[in-house]
Write a protein that binds this ligand. Structure first.
Ligand code: ACO
Length: 399
């Protein structure tokens, strides 16, 4: 009983594909996923090899520039990002405007958006030099913003970054260091966080990355586009899942519900409850990132003495799911977020910071995808069509 509006500017046919289950929005040379085989590669390199042998800075370069850097290129990239970690002093005041217990994700997206106001002269998306500047400003400043958001949420003074440190070291010091006291970096912790960031660095056209591309297709600058990506990532069906997993595990640990009853609830789809950290739009096999994450969880929890009980509950839930027809038939496996929260918790991060850590990791992927989109001459403004289901023409009362 509704009419379909004529579709102008098309060949007359339109694809109705809610959730873009079968629609490719772009070509891309950045990330390859074979969801059935459980394969993930950045620029052709298997994720397992990068996780073991590379580091986050090098992977960021690879994603953004397409090739692994030479030693000189890596050193220049390291240098330029180290020298841009400081935020404008006035931007610091911005953090004071949020409530004390503000969730750091909206603080992060707001501050990233605010960066446009500090660099109005270098935002032209078609000027290669401007794009380069926005790239290193984002890579360098987002970890500082994230650590400021964390310090703000716990009422501690913010620490200026120390340019002797790498981005990951600076971020850890920025979160856990105290002014006027030396902060001793734990190399195992630095390595574990660095590897987790590599695992999150890109994942082709996921919800936040597609958002970055869509906003960017309107020629919005990189800060505006990536701020939108941070907001998309905040959702519990996407990056917010790592926080949701821990809430779920604590609910079971607290005795509110047994793992068995919880799984029954999930399978009966009661109250829309899902096994958080399970399932993926593309992976219909074990998420290759989740395998690496599980190895890190073993190491970090053994070293830092994480919450063994929560880890056990998670492993029990995984085991139950892997043996259960409901999950087998739907090809639901642990995704990257099933175990990350336990690691972040053992590292000392509160739950509110989990999705921020995901954002830090995804940042080079967003940048690489935005740059690829803007440099592609076939890019058009993203503007999907719709199937109109509202009222047909009717008359205003009295007309
Ligand atoms: N627990 C229970 N059932 C699930 C789950 C889950 N975690 N995930 C999917 N299903 C079921 C659905 O109910 C549906 O069942 P049905 O066929 O009987 O209706 C079927 O599996 C297919 O699920 P869809 O929601 O259609 O799959 P989609 O590809 O749209 O969703 C998503 C993928 C959002 C990741 C989903 O699996 C989910 O909600 N997982 C939990 C949240 C989560 O972990 N998100 C993180 C994703 S990874 C990332 O962003 C890093």
């Amino acid at each position: 009983g509704y009419e379909i509006a004529p579709l102008r500017g098309t060949t007359g046919n339109v694809t109705y594909d809610p959730g873009f289950m079968n629609t490719a929005n772009t070509t891309s040379a950045i990330t390859y996923i074979d969801g059935d085989a459980g394969i993930l590669r950045y620029r052709g390199y298997p994720i397992e090899q990068l996780a073991e042998h590379s580091n986050f800075l090098e992977v960021s370069y690879l994603l953004i520039h397409g090739e692994l850097p030479t030693a000189d290129q890596l050193s220049a990239f390291d240098n330029v990002t180290r020298r841009h970690t400081l935020l404008h002093e006035e931007l610091k005041d911005f953090f004071g405007g949020f409530p004390r217990d503000a969730h750091p994700m909206p603080v992060l997206s707001s501050a990233v958006s605010a960066l446009s106001t500090y660099y109005p002269d270098s935002l032209d998306p078609y000027d290669a030099e401007h794009v380069e500047r926005s790239t290193y400003r984002l890579l360098a400043k987002v970890p500082t913003i994230a650590s400021y958001a964390y310090k703000k949420s716990i009422g501690q003074p913010m620490l200026y970054p120390d340019n002797n440190l790498t981005l990951v070291e600076n971020f850890l010091r920025g979160c856990f260091g105290v002014p006027a006291e030396p902060y001793e970096l734990d190399p195992d912790l630095v390595k574990a966080l660095d590897t987790l960031l590599i695992l999150h660095a890109d994942h082709e056209q996921n919800c936040s990355t597609s958002t970055v591309r869509l906003v960017g297709s309107a020629q919005a600058n990189m800060f505006a586009s990536i701020s939108a990506g941070v907001n998309a990532l905040y959702g519990p069906a996407h990056g917010g899942a790592n926080e949701a997993v821990l809430k779920m595990l604590r609910q079971i640990q607290g005795g509110d519900i047994t793992p068995e009853t919880f799984m029954e609830k999930v399978k009966n789809k009661e109250d829309g409850v899902r096994l958080m950290g399970f399932g993926h739009r593309v992976y219909k096999n074990y998420d290759p990132r989740a395998r690496v994450v599980k190895g890190i969880a073993d190491d970090v929890l053994a070293k830092l003495g994480g919450d063994d009980e929560l880890f056990e509950i998670a492993q029990r839930l995984e085991q139950k799911a892997l043996e259960d027809d409901y999950f087998i038939e739907r090809k639901l496996y642990p995704n990257v977020d099933f175990y990350t929260g336990l690691i972040y918790k053992a590292m000392g991060f509160p739950e509110k910071m989990f999705t921020v850590l995901f954002a830090l990791g995804r940042l080079p992927g967003w940048i690489a995808q935005w740059r690829e989109m803007i440099q592609d001459p076939s890019t058009k403004i993203g503007r999907p069509r719709q199937i109109y289901t509202g009222a047909t023409e009717r008359h205003y009362p009295g007309v």
